[in-house]
Design a protein around this ligand. Structure first.
Ligand SMILES: [Zn+2]
Length: 214
């Protein structure tokens, strides 16, 4: 599979609506979003953005989606870098468990089929009998956010994704679980892991909290 972005990925070819977007405002919003995210979330977002940035699928993410993914990736890397400097200067190591959570999220995404999960959570889906360029089966249904009948597309497989072509919501398994259950990142991962019978990494406990007996 060709994973390099298309040669024709030039901003001059973007739809007019996207060109009208205030790029500066968009970058600012992304910056705020990243500041508010937990470090676990940043690592998971980074994987998704890195994946979308080079995904050649013409429908999703498509030209605009690839560009947005690259801009997101920059913002995420900036925030991860900022926190790493901050944590070194404050000699904190409370973020140590982030990679473990990120690895668990990755494991769950590959084990749990997104279309199956959504149906199980009460979102009816119909198979389109089509497949994505990666060979994942495609489904459609009503968008949980903006309605309609067939605007919500869902792809199964190891990198299951859901995308509404009307309002643009884009979910992977973890994002779907968080939105549907209205919980934070770690709670979503914990619950998915327990449903799947996967062990959850112990939360990192700083050394100074070690309980001394006797
Ligand atoms: Zn929608």
């Amino acid at each position: 599979m060709d994973t390099s972005p298309s040669q024709s990925d030039s901003i001059t070819q973007f739809p007019t609506a996207f060109k009208r977007m205030n790029a500066e405002l968009f970058a600012k919003q992304l910056g705020v979003e990243c500041r508010l995210a937990s470090t676990d979330e940043l690592h998971v977002w980074r994987e998704t953005a890195a994946f979308d940035a080079v995904d050649p699928d013409p429908e999703f993410p498509g030209l605009v989606g690839r560009h947005i993914a690259r801009v997101r990736l920059d913002a995420i890397d900036q925030e991860i870098g900022r926190r790493s400097i901050l944590s070194k200067s404050q000699n904190r190591d409370s973020e140590l468990s982030a990679p473990a959570w990120s690895a668990l999220a990755r494991e769950l995404r590959s084990r749990i089929d997104l279309p199956k999960f959504l149906v199980q959570e009460g979102l009816p889906l119909t198979a389109t009998k089509k497949h994505s360029r990666r060979g994942s089966p495609e489904f459609f249904g009503s968008c949980p956010l903006c309605g309609g009948t067939d605007r919500f597309r869902v792809w199964g497989g190891e990198q299951g994704r859901a995308w509404c072509r009307q309002c643009g919501i884009s979910w992977d398994l973890i994002a779907a679980a968080r939105s549907i259950w209205n919980v934070g990142f770690r709670d979503a991962v914990r619950r998915l892991a327990s449903q799947e019978g996967v062990a959850v990494p112990g939360d990192f406990v700083p050394k100074k909290w070690t309980v001394r007996v006797g």
